[in-house]
Design a protein around this ligand. Structure first.
Ligand code: UGA
Length: 424
């Protein structure tokens, strides 16, 4: 059997490590470089520094093909397709911060025979600007569409693989396409700018879908409809589809808020006012804050009230707290004078500073003891499995605001709770 093409991965954060581990699983030798030596050392010992189902097993099972290093030279000597997986956080202006991408390009210099394969989410136009400055280096855009919590599955069973290349890099693009040859899913071969736009537009569209259903939820509350029923009825139209119509207390995470804002700013920089995205962002911000009103409806002033946040992570099955709704709620509730306690199965310790003065509980029971109300922020399975009748006995006021429409509302009401969902 022909030897599989070795690849390089630059930046071994969540995207980089998932990419490296999956390509190693597909039989490639992967030379993965990071500038943080502690991370490289830990990974070389098989220690995975993040919570992602199945990732540790892949890293452990493919140890002989995974080479972690801090040395860019080692990567360049062994691989010519270099997957750039560094992060592109938002700047104060809402534009993406490309300094880490720039540092990678600077490290590469003008090395002939290599191609950057961009997995990091970058503004449309980034690829062409890099090619103008480094004409000797090949450039392929290959955006990632991985969801935290199901990244390995998303990589191995993609809906589509998008590969963007301009003249001069088509040969490299063919080699990138070949890396995915054993995986299902449509192939989209296009130019670099369009590939960059597919990524931003996909995230912006999904965020729009969420803000749309959240507005339908808010109007449904006023008019007596149930948004879950509405979403079910809408989703059966296959032009609409059932996914991402789950109303709640807003989207978070390291991608949607950043990418929606980046696309809006990108449009703005060209003089185009992307009105729809402005509304999507504003609806999401207001959605988080509506929780306070739901608590006040039952409790009046929140001064001195003990409020529990169930869940800190931006979604279940991850310890990621970036742009998590819990952080906004913790600060807002404390701003209203409430005492906040939080519980999350994995994410609270890492968020201690961001949670301000909130008390971190070690168990749900401890978090609910004497509480005047609880907000379900993250739909961790263990919250649905709780003995809620027993929890009711622990609480001072049996009030639940179910921010993800995750719990069985009618059973909670039967058990003596006041229950507030979203849009029902
Ligand atoms: C998202 C995209 O789904 C991926 O395709 C993309 O690759 C990734 O961003 C990225 O750009 O790297 P992720 O941030 O892991 O993935 O999270 P999602 O599962 O998409 O959820 C995002 C947020 O939307 C969460 O806060 C979730 O609670 C919220 N959400 C999702 C809703 O409020 N309602 C829904 O119906 C779905």
């Amino acid at each position: 059997m022909a030897e599989k093409e070795p690849i390089g991965v630059i930046g071994v954060g969540w995207v980089g490590l998932c990419t490296a581990a999956c390509f190693a699983e597909l039989g490639h030798h992967v030379y993965a470089r990071d500038i943080v030596s502690e991370r490289v050392d830990a990974l070389s010992r098989g220690q995975v520094p993040m919570h992602e189902p199945g990732l540790s097993e892949l890293v452990g099972g493919n140890a002989e093909r995974l080479h972690f290093t801090t040395d860019m030279g080692e990567v360049l000597d062994n691989a010519s397709l270099l997957f750039c997986c560094v992060d592109t956080p938002p700047t104060y202006s809402g534009d993406a911060d490309l300094s880490r991408v720039e540092a990678v390009i600077a490290d590469l210099g003008a090395s002939e025979g290599h191609a950057i394969v961009m997995k990091s989410t970058v503004p449309v136009g980034t690829g062409r600007s890099i090619v103008r400055r480094f004409p000797n280096v090949g450039y392929v855009s290959n955006p990632e569409f991985l969801k935290e919590g199901s990244a390995i599955k998303d990589f191995m069973s993609p809906d589509r693989v998008v590969i963007g290349a301009d003249d001069g890099s088509q040969g490299f693009a063919d080699r990138v396409e070949a890396l995915y040859s054993t995986l299902d899913g449509a192939r989209v071969r296009t130019d670099v700018a369009s590939a960059e736009m597919v990524k931003l537009a996909s995230n912006a569209f999904l965020a729009t879908k969420i803000s749309f259903i959240n507005e339908i939820a808010n109007v449904s509350e006023e008019l007596g409809a149930d948004v879950s029923e509405v979403a079910r009825g809408m989703g059966l139209d296959d032009r609409i589809g059932p996914k991402f119509l789950q109303a709640g207390i807003g989207y978070g995470g390291s991608c949607f808020p950043k990418d929606v804002s980046a696309l809006k700013q990108l449009a703005g920089n060209t003089g185009y006012h992307f009105q729809l995205l402005t509304a999507v962002i504003e609806v999401n911000e207001l959605q988080k804050r509506r929780t306070i009103g739901k608590l006040q409806k039952h409790l009046g002033s929140l001064v001195g009230k003990e409020i529990t946040l169930l869940g800190v992570a931006f979604k279940p099955d991850t310890d990621d707290v970036r742009e998590a709704t819990s952080l906004v709620l913790s600060a807002r509730l404390q701003g209203e004078g409430a005492n906040v306690r939080v519980y999350d199965p994995v994410a609270s310790e890492g968020a201690r500073e961001m949670l301000g003065g909130a008390t971190i509980a070690d168990s749900v029971e401890e978090a609910l003891d004497g509480a005047d109300g609880a907000v379900l922020v993250t739909e961790w399975a263990e919250f649905a499995e709780l003995d809620w009748s027993a929890m009711r006995e622990r609480m001072n006021v049996p009030l639940i605001v179910d921010g993800r429409n995750f719990l069985d509302g009618p059973s909670l009401v039967e058990a003596g709770f006041s229950y507030e969902g979203i849009g029902r």
